[in-house]
Design a protein around this ligand. Structure first.
Ligand SMILES: [Zn+2]
Length: 381
């Protein structure tokens, strides 16, 4: 991974490049921000740059032996640490190296759900166990094999068990001269404050819709309409956008289900609403949450459509046609209530509420709000 492969984050790239150029690399660097914005990609590009033997043009060369090893994920001075499942004697990152390589190759924006799938985690939560810190300490105490620095890339340090974090803290507090820890966190509020305060922190922002659209079109050959649609739903996360753009059938499914749900809610057809709630429940929790997120965006965007504010073109002409007829029913008297009800339903689904009941209740509430008349403006005094 080179800096040139990083979408967005130019300020962070510039800072990391000059840190490496200065030769004074801090012992612990924290890259934080929401999931799917490319923090791990940037951490990898930085590590490759630090180790590259013939940097030029502000980037790693991509062809020296060290760069080649980085690209193959087998540089002996680059160590990855990530949450795993304790199973059949497997408990540390290295036990899952094959799955990790697959993740890096296919999902470099690191959607945590994909990692759970690769681990066959089911309902268990992957964690970084205390055995891992022992491995890290053992590796850190050896001198670097071929490079100037040993680099430890820790993905999701917030998943460290407290005993793991406490052990690692010692080595982060008093590190060996040639050791660098890069922590890549989706939620740094969950880090041990003593670790947090030892790091040089880079807060990375969500990507813009333009950055996402451009990346999807250039790197995945996605059509401009699909790229724009995925960027709109992904809320700044390239990881989410790639998943959506590579599985367009889900967007199409959501869009037709949303239309059906709103039509039936307006018509207050209880049997149809019951069928739709069953269909939603059959999606499973994660997908249903994505559908609710999509629905909430659609409500907001249709409200904006009404205001004739700049509006990114919808997926298809049929979508546009639907919005032309549907948008007038979303107004200042119900837009907040509709969004709130959808968010509340998402929270209930997240907390393992019965999806069929949650969705049926939601649709009755949507029905009530979507049928509420648009408030008449008060005459000026
Ligand atoms: Zn190189």
């Amino acid at each position: 991974m080179k800096f040139a492969d990083i979408a967005g984050h130019q300020a962070t790239v510039t800072s990391l490049r000059s840190i490496a150029d200065s030769g004074k690399i801090p012992h612990a660097i924290l890259l934080s921000g929401i999931s799917g914005i490319g923090k791990m990609r940037l951490a990898r590009a930085f590590a490759q740059y630090v180790h590259c033997s013939s940097r030029h043009g502000g980037d790693s060369c991509g062809v020296c032996p060290s760069c080649v090893q980085h690209q193959r994920l087998n540089n002996p001075d680059l160590h990855f640490v990530y949450p795993v499942i304790k199973r059949d004697g497997a408990v540390v990152s290295n036990d899952y190296i094959d799955q990790w390589r697959e993740m890096m190759a296919d999902w470099s924006y690191m959607p945590p759900q994909k990692w759970n799938d690769l681990l066959n985690a089911g309902n268990s939560q992957p964690a970084i166990y205390v055995n891992e810190s022992e491995e890290v300490i053992a590796k850190a105490s050896l001198s670097a094999f071929q490079e100037n620095y040993k680099i430890f890339l820790i993905w999701l340090p917030e998943k460290m068990r407290p005993e793991t974090a406490n052990k690692l803290l010692k080595i982060i507090e008093e590190p060996f001269d040639d050791t660098v820890f890069i922590l890549v966190s989706n939620d740094d509020s969950k880090l041990l404050p003593t670790i947090f305060s030892r790091t040089q922190r880079f807060n990375m922002r969500p990507l813009s819709e333009m950055e996402i659209t451009t990346h999807l079109m250039r790197n995945h050959g996605v059509s401009p309409e699909m790229a724009a649609a995925a960027a709109r739903i992904a809320e700044g996360s390239m990881g989410k956008a790639e998943e959506l753009a590579c599985h367009p059938e889900e967007i199409l499914e959501f869009s037709s289900l949303f239309k059906e749900m709103m039509r039936m809610a307006y018509a207050l057809k209880a049997p149809s609403l019951k069928t739709i709630s069953e269909q939603c429940a059959a999606m499973g929790r994660e997908k249903l949450l994505r559908f609710l997120n999509y629905s909430s965006r659609m409500v907001r965007e249709n409200f904006i459509y009404n205001l004739r504010m700049p509006f990114i073109s919808l997926l298809t002409p049929e979508e546009e046609e639907f919005s032309r007829r549907f948008a007038p029913f979303i107004h200042e008297g119900n837009v907040e209530a509709l969004s709130d009800e959808i968010s509340r339903a998402a929270t209930d689904v997240e907390r393992n509420g019965n999806a069929k009941i949650v969705m049926f209740d939601l649709m009755l509430l949507l029905s009530q709000w979507v049928r509420s008349p648009k408030p008449v403006p008060l005459p000026l005094q």
